[in-house]
Ligand binder design. Structure first.
Ligand SMILES: [Zn+2]
Length: 317
């Protein structure tokens, strides 16, 4: 093959890739909408609501949704169930399905959600990374260097390896950078309507940390959030859903009252408070997909495919 042919072929390939990318995205989005329609029309979503959700608490997990999407989700939820704060997760049922809203990481975009929370009379819990929010720092996976290495690859490294790989890309977890978290002013403006709790200091994969690192990430974040907001910090969320017996013990010893996992399920007074279950919601889900996601079916199938087993456990690695 001569140079001209190679160049022509690679250009055609690049053009075809750039065309295939958006087309594949649209195709995947369409398939997801169709599957969501099937989950709703088949009665599967109704069955999980009647058999599993009942009057328990569904703890929904968002990250950085836009206000309009969240508004549509909460409008749909308001007709279906009762909003409760996360602190009510172990209170006895009142005959109606209940839902608690949580958001992880403390993204700066969460500040725009305040009018939506007020409109729907929802008091969400936002789990903050105590050494990222309120400072000009970025969450490690939002740094361009992290994209270059690959998020999934980084998540599977030991903590030392991950930090070294990120340092080689110009990222220092305790160095100033582009701020991606909520500012002090934003948190102060939100605190009347939002419950701020802890999500470690820097968001490592705890199960890939040494004993000392894991312990410090958990217990220091509790003190730092309490000091930052001048209020008790009693609830924790495991970053990325990775935790083991060791983390549960550290969370308990640090004085937290509950910890939220990424394991699928609904909660009541019988749920282990250090292994609260959740339903992860796609931040950008259409209302149709959101309604289907509440059943937990899509998430269950994803976890099953990735080795999480039949009990809805987050596939640990
Ligand atoms: Zn997180």
């Amino acid at each position: 093959m001569n140079k001209t042919q190679t160049t022509g072929a690679s250009m055609r390939s690049r053009l075809s890739d750039s065309y295939r990318g958006p087309r594949m995205k649209r195709y995947k989005a369409l398939v997801k909408e169709m599957l969501a329609g099937f989950v709703l029309m088949s009665g599967l979503a109704w069955c999980t609501r009647k058999l599993l959700w009942r009057d328990r608490v569904a703890v929904l997990l968002y990250h950085d949704p836009d206000p309009d999407t969240l508004d549509r989700h909460l409008t749909y939820l308001g007709k279906l169930c009762e909003f409760v704060p996360l602190t009510d997760v172990s209170a006895p049922g009142r005959g109606r399905p209940r839902v608690a809203i949580t958001l992880d990481d403390g993204h700066a975009g969460n500040a725009k959600l305040l009018p939506v929370f007020i409109k729907h009379k929802v008091r969400p819990t936002i789990f903050l990374c105590s050494r990222i929010v309120g400072r000009p720092r970025s969450h490690w996976w939002l740094h361009p260097g992290s994209l270059r290495v690959g998020h999934e690859r980084l998540k599977r490294m030991t903590n030392d390896e991950r930090l070294a790989a990120l340092a080689a890309q110009g990222y220092q977890q305790d160095g100033d950078d582009r701020p991606t978290g909520l500012s002090i002013e934003q948190m102060q403006a939100m605190r009347e309507h939002v419950d701020f709790q802890a999500h470690t200091r820097f968001h490592p994969i705890l199960t890939h940390c040494s004993d000392a690192e894991s312990k410090a990430e958990i217990s220091d974040s509790r003190h730092e959030i309490a000091t930052l907001l001048q209020q008790p910090c009693e609830h924790f969320a495991y970053p990325n859903g990775n935790y083991g017996e060791r983390e549960v013990e550290f969370v308990r010893a640090a004085g937290f009252k509950t910890a939220r996992t990424c394991d699928i399920g609904w909660n009541d007074q019988h749920t282990d408070p250090y292994r609260l279950r959740t339903i992860i919601i796609d931040d950008a889900a259409s209302t149709l997909r959101f309604a289907a996601q509440l059943s937990g079916i899509a998430l269950f199938l994803r976890y099953l495919r990735e080795g999480g087993g039949w009990r809805g456990k987050f596939p640990q690695f």
